[in-house]
Design a protein around this ligand. Structure first.
Ligand SMILES: Cc1ncc(COP(=O)(O)O)c(C=O)c1O
Length: 440
């Protein structure tokens, strides 16, 4: 039996948050001195985000309605996908996600790691309703195949219901019914609408505040007002305020959370808190809960863009070499060009006194070396250390490595240095050995 008090579980699914196993509330005492404002840390669920609840409830609801599930497909901005991938793994379903290429690489990598079949499309960060080539239409198309089901978090009432059944009761209990303000960022609006409805049923005086970014934003998981208006669960008439926060403030607030409160929140938590700072008075009697949907680690690439002062230029990933394709072409030409010789021709040349330069590393030579060859590792050659090469650039010189790849790069380097009669040995020491030529 799973036991929340001991935090010992029979299945990872038993770790999903519930009234008796809630995600933690942590007071934000640096941001609000008098008001009791708490962050609800949703990444402490089993799969790392607020969407764990939604994924589990979408599946529970479908099973209860008797929908047969073998293969699931879902349009996602990442977190619902991660939740559904892991719930599917636990229950033995196959899972495919359709999503935008603009979603952070970290989230797409996580989905691959968790076994998801990925369809990466041109779309908004949060799938855009009505985009003909977007994640939503692709999921619909894929779901038409026999044996496939789309649970559709954007239209399925089991999304807000997940929060009505779990987030709402948790928050009510964790604040002893004292909550005065509830704040959430807006994506599908499942969080705000489901939790808001529960809280207002318990106490109609609770203020429900939604926070969103501007058009053209860069906060994964949430939507600007225009896109919100197209979604089914955005119910502004049920909220007390809807606030827009520029990305700059969201990222700055997020970083303040890291360094002042030691809370490792992601960008949409910064957005929600920046909204709370605008709307909630720092005064006696206020008890507020702000949902923090997930943590920072999936968004390193986004933080680099928005907090560039923290990342020194030398820490930036090396830019792709625009000439790599040309080097590749030069290699292919050389491979089939006149300066590649067989091991038999090389052995004969070595016998008649032509120098043979082995460009492997010394450790490789220790295992099997050609008698009479000199060793100039390719790394040394590339660094300009040419000791061992003939002084006379008109002289013949043979190059060998393990299988004939490094010697071909060495050939290109020697030609560029002016060695007119350099040759690479095809197949390297492997071919030399297979031909029964002497090794020591
Ligand atoms: C990181 C993040 N923040 C905020 C949200 C918004 O939550 P909701 O869809 O319940 O409005 C999401 C939803 O996917 C999310 O992934």
């Amino acid at each position: 039996m799973s036991d929340n008090a001991k935090r010992t579980y029979e299945s990872v699914l038993d770790l999903l948050p519930s009234e008796l196993n809630p995600t933690p509330l942590v007071r934000l005492s640096h941001f609000f001195k008098t008001a009791k404002v708490y962050a609800k840390l949703e990444w402490l669920g089993p799969f790392g985000s607020v969407k764990d609840r939604v994924a589990a409830n979408l599946v529970r609801d479908a099973r209860e309605r008797g929908v047969p599930i073998q293969n699931l497909v879902e349009p996602t901005s990442g977190n619902t996908g991660i939740g559904l991938a892991l719930v599917s793994n636990a229950l033995g379903y196959h899972f495919a996600a359709t999503l935008s290429k603009a979603i952070p690489a970290e989230k797409r990598a996580a989905l691959r790691l968790f076994g998801t079949e990925l369809y990466e499309l041109s779309d908004d960060l949060c799938p855009m309703p009505g985009a003909p080539e977007g994640a939503m239409s692709k999921a619909e198309e894929l779901a038409e195949r026999p044996g496939w089901t789309e649970l559709n978090q954007y239209k399925n009432p089991a999304n807000p219901e997940a929060h009505y059944r779990t987030t709402g009761p948790e928050v009510w209990r964790q604040t002893d019914g004292q909550i005065t303000h509830f704040v959430a960022s807006l994506g599908t609006c499942g969080t705000i609408t489901g939790t808001g409805r529960y809280l207002k049923e318990r106490n109609p005086e609770v203020k429900v505040i939604g926070v969103h970014p501007p058009t053209g934003h860069d906060i994964p998981g949430v939507r600007a007002l225009r896109a919100l208006a197209l979604t089914d669960f955005f119910k502004p008439e049920e909220y007390d305020a809807v606030v827009e926060i520029p990305d700059e403030d969201s990222y700055a607030t997020c970083h303040r959370l890291h360094i002042e409160e030691s809370i490792i929140a992601g960008p949409s938590s910064g957005l929600a808190l920046a909204g709370a700072l605008r709307e909630i008075p720092d005064e006696e009697g206020v008890v507020a809960v702000v949902v923090f949907p997930d943590n920072a680690f999936k968004y390193v690439s986004a933080f680099r863009r928005h907090l560039s002062q923290l990342f020194p230029p030398e820490d930036a990933p090396a830019p792709a070499n625009p000439f790599a394709a040309h080097l590749e072409a030069a290699y292919r030409h050389a491979e089939h060009g006149p300066d590649v010789v067989t091991v038999a021709a090389a052995a004969q040349a070595l016998d008649s006194g032509v120098p043979l330069v082995d460009v492997r590393n010394p450790e490789e030579l220790a295992a099997a070396a050609i008698p009479g060859a000199v060793n100039v590792p390719l790394s040394k050659l590339s660094a300009g250390k040419t000791k061992g090469l003939p002084k006379d650039k008109e002289a013949e010189v043979l190059l060998i490595c393990a299988a004939g790849v490094r010697s071909l790069y060495a050939l290109l380097e020697l030609k560029a240095m002016g060695y007119k009669n350099a040759k690479s040995v095809a197949g390297g020491v492997a071919a030399w050995s297979a031909a029964g030529l002497p090794l020591k």
